[in-house]
Design a binder for this molecule. Structure first.
Ligand SMILES: Nc1ncnc2c1ncn2[C@@H]1O[C@H](COP(=O)(O)OP(=O)(O)OP(=O)(O)O)[C@@H](O)[C@H]1O
Ligand SMILES: [Mg+2]
Length: 241
């Protein structure tokens, strides 16, 4: 459903992504790991065109998103969840959730409200519907952010360190929601430094270093039997998996 071909991204003369190729199939849960600064966030941001790639192709639903910036309709089907939630603090949970689909004319306001209520109820959050973000815990904020993304009916969701801003006791609420989405067949790309989570949650893992894919494969294989020195060295510095 998504193919990244020879993707390159530089900021000025700093090369951040140096030719990335991979394919995402429907239902894939792909982990993206690698040292800080290796380009993980930049890769996700390029995939949904928050950053314009320097060159290469991102083919999604038959369209090369890099070629033609007018593929807004197609891009909308790629959701993104950020480490810092990115909720609007002056708006209630409900208003945050319905903002984009109503503004873009995807749902009528009433439909959006009903859908928001239904999604919040499914994860037992209906009581916070009129709260403001500052009244919520981190785990609640991130689940609201995920629901906001779901309102756009994405076919794939990109998660950039969705749990790293959370207190440890709240990580489970967010990963449980991610598991629920996975069980429902959602396709996901997940950047995380939580190797244990990546190992158990993802069916495939991509290891990036210095803007290149150094290794990729089934997650258990990658963690149990790393082949490259770079991955061996990266994993040896981490002891939580
Ligand atoms: N807008 C930008 N302008 C200039 N340089 C940038 C920009 N965004 C990212 N970079 C640089 O690109 C490199 C890769 O950054 P990126 O945020 O993609 O890394 P990362 O793998 O997500 O790291 P982390 O694990 O710390 O989140 C870094 O050297 C960063 O400083
Ligand atoms: Mg990052």
């Amino acid at each position: 459903m998504l193919e990244v071909r020879n993707l390159r991204k530089s900021f000025g003369n700093k090369k951040v992504l140096n030719g990335i190729d991979f394919v995402v199939n429907k239902g894939d849960i792909i982990g993206i790991i690698g040292p800080s600064g290796c380009g993980k966030s930049t890769l996700l941001r390029c995939i949904n065109m928050l950053e314009k790639p320097t060159s290469g192709e991102i083919v999604f639903a038959g369209n090369n998103l890099v070629d033609d910036e007018s593929h807004t309709e197609t891009r909308r089907r790629i959701g993104m969840v950020f480490q810092q939630f990115n909720l609007f603090n002056h708006m209630t949970v409900l208003d945050n959730i319905i903002l984009s689909p109503v503004l873009l004319g995807i749902l009528k306001k009433e439909e959006a409200i009903n859908q928001a209520k239904k999604l919040l109820k499914e994860i037992d959050l209906e009581e916070i519907i009129n709260s403001y973000p500052h009244q919520l815990s981190g785990g609640q904020k991130q689940r609201v952010a995920i629901i906001r993304t779901l309102m756009m009916k994405p076919e794939i969701i990109l998660f950039d360190e969705p749990t790293s801003a959370l207190d440890p006791e709240m990580i489970g609420e967010v990963t449980n929601l991610m598991r629920k989405l996975a069980n429902e067949g959602m396709t996901m790309l997940v950047v995380s430094h939580e190797m244990n989570f990546i190992k158990n949650f993802c069916n495939r893992v991509i290891f990036l270093s210095e803007g290149k894919i150094r290794e990729q494969g089934p997650s258990k294989e990658l963690f149990n039997n790393p082949k490259t020195d770079k991955l061996k060295s990266f994993l040896s510095k981490i002891n939580n998996y």
